[in-house]
Design a protein. Structure first.
Length: 165
C-alpha cells in the first residue's frame, strides 16, 4: 500500500456494512495502513477509527484516548467477552462516519478484551473507563454495525436524510 489517500466513509454508505476479515499478515503494509489511519483520526479529531471506515475491510482499529493525543493504540483482530451482561454504562458517542451527531448508547461495561499488536503479539486486559466503550464502538464497525443501529428508526432516518444531502 503506497501513499494511497485514505478517506472516511460516511453513513449511509453501504460499504460501512462490510464484515471485516481477520488479519493474518503482520507486515509493512499493515503498519502503513495503521499509521495512515492514526494520522487521519488525529486530523479529524476522532478518538477511534476502524479500518472499515476507510474502506479497508480488515480487523484493525486505531485509537487514542489521551487528552494530549500522544498515546496511540492499535488493535488487530480484537475480541471481547462480556463478563456481566447486567452491568452497563451509557455514554454519548460520536462517530467520524456519522459526523455531527451524538447519541447516548448503553453498552456492557464489564468485558475482557484480547487483541494482537502490529507485530502479531497477543495481549489481553480487563479494560476500564472510556476504552471499554470505545473498543465496542470500533469493533461494531468491523462487523458492519454502526452507532445509528442503536437508535430509533425514526431518528436514524433523520440522520440518513441529513447526511445524504
Ligand atoms: Ni465510529
Amino acid at each position: 500500500m503506497k501513499d494511497e489517500k485514505l478517506k472516511i466513509l460516511k453513513f449511509p454508505d453501504p460499504r460501512l456494512r462490510t464484515v471485516a476479515v481477520k488479519v493474518d499478515k503482520f507486515d509493512k503494509s499493515l503498519e502503513n495502513l495503521a499509521k495512515g489511519m492514526l494520522a487521519l483520526m488525529y486530523k479529524e479529531n476522532g478518538i477511534g477509527l476502524a479500518a472499515s471506515q476507510v474502506d479497508k475491510h480488515i480487523r484493525l482499529i486505531a485509537m487514542d484516548l489521551s487528552e494530549e493525543r500522544n498515546e496511540p493504540m492499535f488493535f488487530v483482530n480484537p475480541e471481547y467477552k462480556i463478563v456481566d451482561n447486567h452491568s452497563t454504562d451509557s455514554y454519548e458517542e460520536g462517530c467520524l462516519s456519522v459526523p455531527g451527531f451524538n447519541e447516548t448508547i448503553t453498552r456492557p461495561d464489564q468485558i475482557e478484551l484480547s487483541w494482537q499488536d502490529l507485530k502479531g503479539n497477543h495481549h489481553n486486559i480487563v479494560p476500564t473507563g472510556l476504552l471499554t466503550i470505545c473498543i465496542q464502538h470500533e469493533m461494531d464497525h468491523l462487523e458492519g454495525k454502526l452507532m445509528v443501529d442503536y437508535i430509533s428508526p425514526l431518528k436514524r432516518d433523520r440522520i440518513r436524510k441529513k447526511l445524504s444531502k
